[in-house]
Design a protein around this ligand. Structure first.
Ligand code: ZN
Length: 131
């Protein structure tokens, strides 16, 4: 298993980790297989979506803020219930196929670490399986 360390810069921050995942696939030498990208946090997830236009990430953040407002009478005493809810909506893992040594992503797709309780340094676990 590979561990990436990703630092975020804002309370809610989407960090594009596509190039770092690509580098790990390249150095693994695996030509055909699958990679799992897993985030071991309760207030931080991972998603695949458009990376060409950063407004897409901004729009997702805006809508998640409407779905789970910061303060809505939650029971969780830590004060970050919205961060937990957003993480469950986004999910904690993604899988991408590897063909000819490359990630199989659509033209506009990128892999984002989605921090909902930053800024801080987060871990991303990668597991690469060969065919
Ligand atoms: Zn909490």
């Amino acid at each position: 298993m590979i561990t990436l360390s990703v630092s975020t810069g804002q309370q809610v921050d989407f960090a594009d980790i596509t190039s770092r995942v690509r580098e790990e696939v390249a150095s693994s030498g695996v030509q055909n297989g699958i990679i799992t990208i897993y985030v071991p946090h309760t207030t931080c997830g991972v998603t695949i979506n458009e990376s060409a236009d950063r407004d897409v990430a901004s729009d997702i953040k805006m809508q998640l803020a409407k779905l789970a407002p910061r303060d809505a009478g939650y029971s969780h005493l830590e004060g970050n219930a919205d961060s937990h809810i957003k993480t469950s909506l986004i999910g904690s893992s993604e899988q991408v196929f590897i063909e000819d040594g490359k990630l199989v992503l659509g033209t506009w797709q990128g892999i984002f670490l989605c921090d909902f309780d930053g800024p801080r340094t987060r871990k991303v676990y990668l597991k690469i399986l060969s065919d």
